[in-house]
Design a protein around this ligand. Structure first.
Ligand code: SF4
Length: 210
């Protein structure tokens, strides 16, 4: 116990200052690539590059386009078509994996750890869609998960916000179908996987917090 307390004092506060300050710990692989040099578009396995621009909604961060393209370190890549002020004080999230490799789930799980500490922003997880304000969907939409996804969505009360987290959920990526094939998406969170900062930024946008 004593050692645990001493270690805490030695380490100090490790929680990030998000949304204030620079998020210097953002993961380079999860930020959209931007054009740096080269005179033609390099090969991209998912066809994310076209006419000098990389589409973050498709990019799987494979790095094959480096050094023509490099991570932008921009964590504000999410796009929200909603702003729900009713969720400003608190938002409860139900997460559903419809066919991911697990990487997005790890980043979503990290939101609760001391470094990101989403609870300080009024964000928390719930394990039932009936208590949820937001549905966080990760992974390529697989046939067997189509019905569970719709059942979770229909169990939620209004207002409800649907997030597509990661390139697979947004575009189907290399493997298959986008979640938008079945469900209207309110917020897209690009990245492969998206960094927890990017996910928190997306949640704050949907709440109209900034
Ligand atoms: S990192 Fe890979 S998937 Fe992303 S734009 Fe470059 S080549 Fe395409």
């Amino acid at each position: 116990m004593k050692a645990w307390i001493l270690r805490s004092f030695r380490k100090g506060i490790i929680t990030s200052k998000f949304p204030g300050g620079r998020n210097e710990n953002a993961s380079p692989w999860s930020t959209p690539p931007v054009y740096r040099k080269g005179d033609q578009d390099p090969y991209c396995p998912v066809g994310a590059i076209s006419q000098g621009k990389a589409d973050a909604n498709r990019c799987i961060s494979c790095g094959l386009c480096y050094p023509n393209y490099e991570p932008s370190m921009d964590i504000h890549g999410s796009v929200s078509s909603v702003s729900v002020p009713a969720l400003k004080k608190s938002i409860r999230i139900y997460q559903i994996d419809v066919g991911s490799c697990g990487a997005c789930n790890l980043e979503i799980g990290a939101l609760a750890n001391p470094q990101y500490d989403m609870a300080r922003l009024g964000i928390s997880f719930t394990n039932t869609p009936r208590h949820a304000d937001a549905l966080l969907v990760s992974g390529v939409l697989t046939d067997n998960m189509r019905e569970p996804l719709m059942r979770a969505y229909e169990a939620m009360a209004e207002p409800r916000v649907v997030f597509a987290v990661g390139a697979c959920a947004i575009s189907g990526s290399l493997l298959g179908k986008a979640v938008s094939d079945t469900l209207r998406i309110d917020v897209t969170v690009p990245g492969c996987p998206p960094d927890p900062f990017t996910i928190m930024d997306a949640v704050q946008k949907a709440r109209g917090v900034k």
